[in-house]
Ligand binder design. Structure first.
Ligand code: NBP
Length: 479
C-alpha cells in the first residue's frame, strides 16, 4: 500500500509552506498541494530533506494521499480564494473528513462555511494562526474553532507544531464554528492597540523628553525586562536602534509616517459595534492608522496652518520616562480588558463557551502579542472565570491604581503640548467612565425622551417613564 499522509496543506505561499515544513519537522508525513504546481515543486526541492512530503499536482492526487479522516489545511489568501478551494475539495472528501482554514478569514464567513459543510457531513475548522511566517515555521499560537469532536483527531497534530510555554502547547479548542477566527481577529485588534500605545510612548519620549531614537531604544530595552516585557516592546527597541545605511539617519526617520492595515483591526471594531462592546483602545488605534494614512487631509491641515498650543508646557509633577511607562502599562491593561470583554460578549451571543483564561494562555508564545502580562490575565480568569472586566482583578486594579496619577500627567502633557496621544487619552477616559458614580448618560436619556419619546428609567422607581415635554405642566407618565 502506498504511503499516506497524516495531514495535507494546500496553499504553499509563505505561510502554508512553513506550516507544512513545521508538520514535517515534527515527524508527520505531509501531503502538499498548491493551485500552481511550481510552489509545490519548489517546497519539495528546497526543503524535502526536512521530513516526508507527498507532493500532489492535482486535488484528486492530494486527497487520495491522505489517511482517513482526512485533514486538509487550507492556507490561501482569505476571501474568495478560500471558497474556491473549498468548492474544489469538498466534493472529493468523505463524511468525517476535515477542512481546516488556517488563513485570516472573517468569523462570519467561517460560520457560513461551517454550516454549509456540516450539511455535507464534513468538519470545517476555522483556525486562527498567529506569529507570521516565523511562527508558522517554528511554532505559532493556534486558535482552532469548529466542531469539538474534530479536535480529537486534529488537536494533537496542531499541538505538536504550536509554540510551547513550559512544555504546554499554545493551542486549544476555542469553541464551535467561528470562535477560533473571532478570537484571532480580536488578538489582532489588541495587537493594533498595543502598537499604537507603544508608538505614543515613543513620540512623547522623543518630542517632550528630547530623547533620540537610540536613547528611546535603550528605554524600551530596559522596559522589556520589566512588567512590560513582550515581543512588541522587544522589537520596538530593535527598530529604533536601526540606522538607515543610505543616509545614516535613524531608520524611523526615513520611513513614511503612514501606517497601513490589512483589515483585522477594522473587523474587530465593526464586530464590537455590533455587539455593543466599547473597544475604544482598538478603535482609536485603527482610526490613528487611518488618520496617518490620510495624506491629503493632513496636507490640507498643514497648508492651512492649523495652530498648536502657544507655548510648549513642561511635563510637571513626575519623571517623564517613569510616567510614560505607567501610562503605557495602564492603557495596555485597558486595551486587553476591552478585547477580552469583546470575546466574552461574542461567546455569549453565539453560545461558544470560550474560556478567556485559555486564550491568555495560548497567546503567551508564538504570537505577536506574546507578553509576560498574559500570565496575570490567565490567573485572573482562573480565579474568576466570569470576571466582568480585568480591571477589577486584584493585580490589574493595583497596577492601574498605582499608575493613574502618572497616566493623567502624561495625558495632560500630551494635550498641552499638542501631541496626539489618542490611545492614552481614550484609555483614561474609558477608565474614568467605568469608575464614575454618575455618568451624563442621564441627560442623554432626557434628550432622547424629549425629541423621540424614547422613555427612561428612574433611579427611585421601577418601570419606564415619559415626560410630556410638549405640554405646559410637563407631567410624567408611565410608559
Ligand atoms: P497569500 O495570502 O499571499 O495567498 C497566496 C496563496 O493563495 C497561494 O498559494 C495562491 O496560489 C493561493 N490562491 C490564491 Br491568491 N487564489 C487562489 C484560488 N482562487 N484558488 C486556490 N489558491 C489560490 O499567502 P500567505 O501570505 O502565505 O497567507 C496565507 C493565509 O495566511 C492568508 O489567509 C493570510 O491572511 C494568513 N496569514 C498570513 C500571515 C502572514 O504573516 N503572511 C500571518 C497570519 C495569517 P498560487 O501560488 O497558485 O497563486
Amino acid at each position: 500500500m502506498s504511503q499516506k499522509a497524516q495531514i495535507g496543506v494546500t496553499g504553499l505561499a509563505v505561510m502554508g509552506r512553513n506550516l507544512a515544513r513545521n508538520f514535517a519537522r515534527h515527524g508527520h508525513t505531509v501531503a502538499v498541494h498548491n493551485r500552481s504546481y511550481g510552489r509545490t515543486k519548489e517546497l519539495v526541492e528546497e526543503f524535502g530533506h526536512e521530513g516526508t512530503f507527498l507532493p500532489a499536482e492535482t486535488a484528486e492526487q492530494f486527497v487520495a494521499s491522505l489517511e482517513r479522516p482526512r485533514r486538509v489545511v487550507i492556507m490561501v489568501k482569505a476571501g474568495p480564494a478560500t471558497d474556491a478551494v473549498i468548492d474544489e475539495f469538498a466534493p472529493l472528501l468523505e463524511e468525517g473528513d476535515m477542512l481546516i482554514d488556517a488563513g485570516n478569514a472573517h468569523y462570519a464567513d467561517t460560520r457560513r462555511r461551517e454550516a454549509a459543510l456540516k450539511a455535507k457531513g464534513l468538519h470545517f475548522v476555522g483556525a486562527g494562526v498567529s506569529g507570521g511566517e516565523e511562527g508558522a515555521l517554528h511554532g505559532p499560537s493556534i486558535m482552532p474553532g469548529g466542531p469539538k469532536e474534530s479536535y480529537e483527531a486534529l488537536g494533537p497534530l496542531l499541538e505538536d507544531i504550536a509554540a510551547k510555554v513550559d512544555g504546554e502547547p499554545c493551542c486549544v479548542h476555542v469553541g464551535p464554528d467561528g470562535a477560533g477566527h473571532f478570537v484571532k481577529m480580536v488578538h489582532n485588534g489588541i495587537e493594533y492597540a498595543d502598537m499604537q500605545l507603544i508608538a505614543e510612548a515613543y513620540d512623547l519620549l522623543r518630542q517632550v523628553g528630547g530623547l533620540s531614537p537610540q536613547q528611546i531604544a535603550d528605554v524600551f530595552a530596559e522596559w522589556n525586562s520589566g512588567r512590560l516585557g513582550s515581543y512588541l516592546i522587544e522589537i520596538t527597541a530593535e527598530v529604533l536602534k536601526q540606522v538607515d545605511a543610505g543616509t545614516g539617519k535613524p531608520f524611523v526617520d526615513v520611513v513614511l509616517d503612514q501606517a497601513e492595515q490589512k483589515g483585522t483591526g477594522r473587523w474587530t471594531v465593526q464586530a464590537a459595534l455590533d455587539l455593543g462592546v466599547p473597544v475604544s483602545g482598538i478603535a482609536e488605534s485603527v482610526f490613528a492608522r487611518a488618520l496617518s494614512g490620510g495624506a491629503d487631509v493632513r496636507k490640507a491641515a498643514a497648508d492651512a496652518g492649523l495652530p498648536g498650543p502657544s507655548a510648549g508646557a513642561e511635563h510637571v509633577g513626575g519623571d517623564l520616562r517613569a510616567d510614560v511607562e505607567q501610562a503605557l502599562f495602564a492603557s495596555k491593561i485597558v486595551a486587553y480588558a476591552q478585547g477580552f470583554q469583546q470575546i466574552q460578549a461574542a461567546s455569549k451571543e453565539y453560545g461558544w463557551e470560550i474560556d478567556p483564561g485559555a486564550m491568555a494562555k495560548i497567546w503567551r508564545a508564538g504570537c505577536i502579542i506574546r507578553a509576560k502580562f498574559l500570565d496575570f490575565i490567565k490567573q485572573a480568569y482562573d480565579k474568576q472565570p466570569d470576571l466582568s472586566t480585568l480591571l477589577v482583578d486584584d493585580y490589574f486594579l493595583n497596577a492601574v491604581s498605582g499608575a493613574q496619577d502618572a497616566w493623567r500627567r502624561v495625558v495632560v502633557t500630551a494635550a498641552q503640548q499638542g501631541i496626539p496621544a489618542p490611545g492614552f487619552a481614550s484609555a483614561l477616559a474609558y477608565y474614568d467612565g467605568l469608575r464614575a458614580e454618575r455618568l451624563p448618560a442621564a441627560l442623554i436619556q432626557g434628550q432622547r425622551d424629549f425629541f423621540g419619546a424614547h422613555t427612561y428609567h428612574r433611579v427611585d422607581r421601577e418601570g419606564s417613564f415619559h415626560t410630556l415635554w410638549a405640554t405646559e405642566d410637563r407631567a410624567e407618565v408611565s410608559a
